[in-house]
Design a protein around this ligand. Structure first.
Ligand SMILES: [Zn+2]
Length: 180
């Protein structure tokens, strides 16, 4: 007896792709952001992955602010804005760190882990063991990563988004991230 294929079953079981609210591209089920324009689906229209240029500018600006304030000013500023998923430069450039799965803005604890544990300690130690290669790779990984994550973003489970003023306030989107 010949087993007949029944393509209809498959078509019914598979949910339809949804359209990206920013660029209209089709987004497959189970994917939480648009790979064409970077719109994060859980977040307001216009909140998209930060561009590599904005990420680089942020890194340079944070370093510059730390130098200019002898570390102390930047540290105090950081402690205040980490709770909103930002660093001093991220605040100036309107970018925020969000949970890679839920899209919720991360709080103080995740920012501490992301920067101190993963960016400084883990990549620092890996860098020592690889003559700095791991450290450099960890900071430029976003250039070829589909979700523009650096290695410490992958370790922390985070994305960096550009949140322009016209996208609205953040308050409603401070969702509980899995695992705190
Ligand atoms: Zn899009």
């Amino acid at each position: 007896m010949v087993q007949e294929s029944r393509p209809g079953d498959d078509a019914v079981a598979r949910p339809l792709a949804q359209a990206c609210p920013w660029c209209g591209s089709g987004i497959p089920p189970g994917v939480n952001l648009c790979v064409v324009c970077g719109q994060v689906l859980a977040l307001p229209r216009g909140v998209r992955l930060a561009s590599p240029g904005r990420r680089l500018a942020g890194s340079l600006l944070d370093s510059l602010l730390a130098l200019l304030t002898l570390g102390i000013g930047a540290l105090v500023w950081s402690i205040i804005v980490w709770g909103q998923g930002q660093t001093p430069a991220k605040q100036l450039l309107k970018t925020r760190v969000v949970d890679a799965t839920s899209g919720g803005v991360v709080g103080w604890g995740r920012m501490f882990l992301r920067i101190i544990l993963y960016q400084w300690l883990a990549l620092g130690l890996l860098g020592l063991a690889t003559l700095g290669i791991a450290n450099v790779a960890g900071h430029i990984w976003l250039l070829w990563d589909r979700r523009r994550q650096n290695l410490y973003d992958k370790m922390a489970g985070t994305l960096v988004v550009h949140w322009p003023d016209e996208a609205g306030p953040v308050v409603r989107h401070r969702l509980a991230a899995p695992g705190g």
